[in-house]
Design a protein around this ligand. Structure first.
Ligand code: CA
Length: 646
């Protein structure tokens, strides 16, 4: 029995393979495969008729080739056949689809030979990414493929599938738009999909029997089969392309949540069964380290791991026309690798969005100065991180259900709110000692900061507010959800919304629903009717942000020049003006007051300006013709007030 310890292995001495032909290269006449397996003594290819059953119909040996690779070429058309690869590095390891498989049979145990061109939907070659001149122009909407359509109230036929995104004219029982039509109506610019590459847990033959978010990766280069109409075919590839095409036709970009930081299995993962130990970091005693909290962590700094990441991302970006990537536990990756990813993406499109979680789940042997964590974001090349300071300032501590935030009336959160408004960039009017978590600005430019109030993790915003404010009325909770949206969508930086927040999404009080049933996770479309005021408000906020570049300044210098906070401290209130047509806005001056208190306040107005009231209570009207007079104005409780000077 091997002990799976690697303290006597010098992984840096392993040969590096430069070529771009790793994995399967298919033609009708011949199929070639190249595998990097420098520790292998023998390598075997098995070809099968079926995805999971039956004996191999032929077994062939790979031939040792250059730089640690092994190759094989099989004559004839292998389209539709399945295969596995098996390494002998002194003893025979398990059969795997290899680590580069782009299509697999159901549940991802065998690779599937296919002709990539056959997976292109009609008109695919004309499909293009959406335009996004600056990351702060994006309005990101984080969505799980299955949650989007699985509820009966979605009115969608292909429930839980990639194809749900291709349906048009779908309606809720109350006749309101659902599905992709809803996304268009809401106005978001990018859909960020929770993991769409093959993951382990859900049985692809019976997806209805279990649920998972998908942070348990199995095959990094093949789409997940439970979202396809037939997991034993290339439909998983073709239908993901159809999803992308449909969203692009709706003017919406597609961002993939990628979970390269770990694999669901460790010893038995396909990476480890191909080159034992190489793909993961080890502790000094030679055992696997675990910064992911899932049993292992990818060793991104090793040459062939880095190449694997770069090639995999390039494949997704080019083959599926992807508009951006969100890196799960990005803090596990080293800075140099992340910057090489940026450089590789630039060769495809410099507009591809890159952002991630600037933290790890546990300790890593990689030195903190080399990690792609939040406090190192200025060392990253056009890659953003999530602003958890703002998140907690808005609604209260993410992990403590009772903790309140600014929108639920918690005072002393004002500086944290200002920290979010300025996208974690330095601003001379912020007293950083009072910011809830970070005691100094960590971003140098606004496009390094993703601002959000909630995401798939932890309680939904609505559930969190209900739990932390049991005394609040239904109306007050609604107002809090709306004000959180106002904070995220008017602040500098990149705004990010958890799908369904615009209809006060609930997960029935479940704080970690990664394997909870559909009835917990699904977007319940009846709520679009119940919370119609919330929906309309989010829609208006998104329109406001798109119409007004003042909310999307592209540099921190611009922010410091045009954004002035009010000097007078009022508990539970944050307010500022954007002056001198910030970022060439057609509004000369914009005054915004956020009142997190339950009761209204009187706010002083500068007498010499002819203010026009564009947002009050639950209403935003950019064309309003209300001109308040007097030297002060009432700001209702739990709301945003906005006045402008044209
Ligand atoms: Ca799967």
């Amino acid at each position: 029995m091997r002990d799976w310890k690697f303290n006597d292995v010098d992984f840096s001495s392993f040969p590096y393979y430069h070529g771009d032909d790793l994995g399967v290269s298919y033609t009708k006449e011949k199929t070639k495969i190249r595998v990097w397996a420098p520790t292998a003594k023998e390598l075997e290819l098995r070809i099968y008729q079926h995805s999971n059953e039956g004996e191999a119909i032929r077994i062939d040996q790979f031939i040792k080739a250059e730089y640690g690779t092994w190759t094989i070429a099989i004559n004839g058309d292998l389209n539709g056949y399945f295969y596995t690869i098996r390494v002998n590095d002194g003893e025979w390891l398990n059969e795997t689809p290899g680590i580069d498989a782009r299509a697999v049979g159901a549940n991802g145990n065998r690779g599937l030979f296919f002709n990539p061109e056959d997976t292109n939907p009609e008109g695919w070659l004309a499909d293009q990414r959406v335009e996004c001149a600056n990351p702060v122009d994006a309005i990101i909407y984080e969505l799980h493929v299955r949650d989007f359509s699985i509820a009966p109230s979605s009115g969608i036929i292909n429930k839980g599938k990639f194809l749900a995104f291709t349906e048009q004219g779908t309606l809720s029982p109350q006749g309101l738009k659902t599905g992709t039509d809803h996304l268009k109506e809401l106005g978001i610019t990018h859909v960020h999909l929770l993991p769409t590459s093959d993951y382990s847990t859900v049985d692809e033959y019976a997806p209805g029997q279990s649920y998972n978010w998908g942070y348990d990766p199995k095959n990094f280069n093949a789409p997940e089969g439970s979202y396809s109409s037939n997991p034993d075919t290339t439909s998983r590839v073709a239908e993901l392309k159809m999803l992308v095409q449909s969203l692009h036709q709706a003017g919406i970009g597609v961002i993939l949540d990628v979970v390269y930081n770990h694999t669901a299995l460790t010893r038995r993962s396909f990476l480890n069964q191909t080159v034992p130990g190489y793909y993961y970091r080890q502790k000094p005693d030679g055992t696997f380290s675990n910064a992911s909290g899932c049993g292992n962590e990818l060793a991104s700094e090793r040459a062939m791991v880095r190449k694997y990441l770069l090639d995999s991302l390039q494949y997704w970006a080019t083959e599926f026309h992807i508009d951006g990537f969100r890196f799960d536990l990005m803090g596990i990756f080293d800075i140099e690798t992340m910057n090489l990813i940026r450089a590789r993406m630039n060769t495809i499109s410099p507009e591809i969005l890159l952002y991630g979680e600037g933290w790890t789940a546990d300790t890593s042997p990689l030195d903190e100065t080399n990690r792609a964590i939040k406090t190192n974001v200025t060392k990253l090349d056009r890659i953003a991180v999530f602003n958890d300071d703002f998140r907690d300032g808005i609604k209260g501590n993410n992990f403590n259900p009772r903790s309140k935030g600014f929108v639920s009336g918690q005072t002393i959160q004002e500086e944290t709110i200002k920290f979010g408004i300025t996208a974690a960039c330095f601003h001379p009017q912020i007293v950083y000692g009072y910011v809830d978590r970070s005691k100094s600005p960590w971003a140098s430019e606004p496009w390094q900061c993703v601002n959000y109030a909630s995401c798939h993790d932890n309680y939904t915003l609505y559930d969190k507010l209900i739990m932390s404010s049991p005394e609040a009325s239904d109306k007050e909770i609604e107002r809090m959800v709306m004000m959180a949206g106002a904070l995220v969508l008017t602040s500098q930086g990149i705004p990010f919304l958890h799908a369904g927040v615009e209809m006060a999404r609930t997960k029935l009080g479940d704080h970690n629903s990664y394997k909870s049933p559909d009835r917990t996770n699904q977007i319940e479309w009846n709520r679009k009717h119940t919370f119609s005021e919330v929906f309309k408000y989010y829609q208006s906020l998104i329109r406001l942000r798109k119409n007004h570049p003042a909310f999307r300044m592209t540099s921190s210098e611009q922010i410091r020049e045009h954004l002035i906070f009010s000097d007078d401290y009022m508990p539970g209130v944050a307010s500022y003006v954007l002056v001198n047509r910030a970022n060439d806005d057609n509004w000369r001056t914009i005054l915004i007051v956020f009142n997190g208190n339950k009761n209204s306040i009187q706010f002083p107005l500068a007498g010499h300006i002819k203010w026009r009231l564009v947002a009050e209570n639950a209403t935003i009207d950019e064309e309003s013709t209300i001109y308040p007079e007097g030297d002060e104005i009432e700001v209702p409780g739990i709301s945003m007030l906005m006045l402008v000077e044209d």
